[in-house]
Every structure is written in C-alpha cells, then in structure tokens.
Design a protein around this ligand. Sequence first.
Ligand code: SF4
Length: 329
Amino acid sequence: MIIDRYNRVHDYLRISITERCNLRCFYCMPSEGIQLTPKPHLMSKDEILDIAKTMVGMGIKKIRLTGGEPLVHKEAHQIIEGLGKLPIELAITTNGIIVDKFIDTFKKSGLKSVNVSLDTLDRDKFQVITRRDYFNRVLSNIYKLVDEGFKVKVNVVLIRDTNDYELIDFLELTKNINIQVRFIEFMPFSGNKWDWSKGVSIKEILDTVNGSYGDKLVNRIEDKPHDTCKNYQIDGYQGTFAIISSITQPFCSSCNRIRLTADGKLRNCLFATDETDLLTAYRNGEDITKLVMENIQAKVAERGGWKNFEELAKPENHNKNRSMVLIGG
Ligand code: SF4
C-alpha cells in the first residue's frame, strides 16, 4: 500500500492525459496561454497504461482521468478502454463539450462516474469565463449523461461577482434530477491572478443557502471516507450539493490522492512544488515503485506545506506551482 508519514493510504490516482483544452477558463488557463510540453516529453498511450498498471499493483483502487480536457486526447478512447481492463474504479473530469461522443466507450470500459465542469447557467457568462461559446452543448450533454444512467457531478468554481449570484440556480438544478452540484472554493495556481477577495467561502455559501431555503430544509448528509467535499441535500430534492473548501476548511488529514501529470511527473499534493519524474525513470527501465514511495514519503501534512492562509495567499508562492491546466485538478 502507498502510505505516507501520516498513515494516509493513497489509493486514488488522478492522471492528466493531456495539457490541451478546448476551453480557456480564466481561473485555470493563464490569459497568455501556456507553453505546451513538446510531444516526445509527454506520456504516450502505452506509457500511461503501463505506469497506471504498475501503480494499481502498488495499491491504487481508483483512477480519474483529467487534463487539460482529457477527451481531446487523440487516443482518449483507447486509453479509457485500456484503463477499463484494470481492477479499479474509473472516473473522469471533463468540460462536457464532446463527452456525448464517449458514452459507448465509457459503458464498455465500466466508467460510471463523470464530473462535468460548468461554472454558470448563463450562455453569455459562459463565454466570459471560458472564452468559448459551448454552453448549450455542455448543458445538453449533462442531461444526456444523466439519461444514460451515469453518476454526474457538476463542478462549479465560485468566484465573487462572476457567478456567485447563480448559487441558488445551480441548487435548483438538483430539484428534479439526481445529480450532485459541487461548489469549489477558488484556489491559487500559477498565472490565475488569484486573490481571495474573489473567493466565496463555505461559510458564505451555507449562509446563502440557509437564508434562501431555511436551515431546516438544508440537510447535512454523510460524507464518504476521503471525500474532498462536505455533502448536503435540500429537503425533497432528488440531487445533492457539496462544497470543496480547500482554502477555508482544508481536508488534508484524510487525503488519499496522488497526481500524474501529462509529462509523467508524480505530485503528492495539488499544491506541491516538488515533483518526481516517473517518465524518464520508466523510459530508462528503472523500477518506478521506489520513486513512488519516496515521493509519498516526502508528502507534507497539509496543502503542499502552505501551513496557513497567509502563506497560501502569497502570490510568489502560487507561481512556484503549476497552472491548473497542467495539473488537472
Ligand atoms: S491540498 Fe494536498 S494534501 Fe490537502 S487534500 Fe488536497 S491534495 Fe491532499
């Protein structure tokens, strides 16, 4: 088992299979764009599958595919089918634009859980946030995934004066369909000009929800072990909502996540500033399991070592990290 110095068992691997994306969300992709890694330095399909297989042998039980946008990868179908052969729970986080073209592949590969990133229910606002005009496709694909029986979560990064006023609209989405809407506190990454005055805390979210529905109708429901979010349900609603409070109420004590970037670097935390180059070692025929254990043994207790809000809030610290598009969330 992959255990760190705090006895946290790491059995959940998030693999970013591409740095490319068909959106340009301002809190993820720096406005000046990013320097893409040259292809020879990126993991090939076979390298992704083989490294994943090795890590499953070490105790990984769940793999989530991320990006950039994972489904724009030219071999996305083959990668999903290949991972589907491993004894794991397979999941994906997508922006939902072309997900309808993968429904059969998901079903064939046993992929049942799809997280779709959608930060607004307003087409014009969608264009402001993403710099692209795909709102209608994303929303209709969310309904299509639900109709096809997938477990759908909608990830919403809440940003003050951008989409925070849509909080209740998103909750009303859970009234008649069984989806989970997850509100994510705005997080700092290289190039996203983060400033907490633009963030909306879990406290503010709950105050707004309780103020709107009355706290008697807002039920706190059980969190699953290792959950990154706190779960709730509006009385009588089919779906649920959740809040991911990495900034104001971090949840690192039960962290079970490891990340592998598209260029084959292992990261033991979303906010890590150190990485382990698995791909070069793999290509040199070295035993990567030793490197994985060393990487996890070096993991710090909380948020990549940013002990408190003040440290996390220092811009010079954000830029020591990657931009979100190069980590995959
Ligand atoms: S901040 Fe790092 S340690 Fe904390 S939950 Fe996220 S990945 Fe895990």
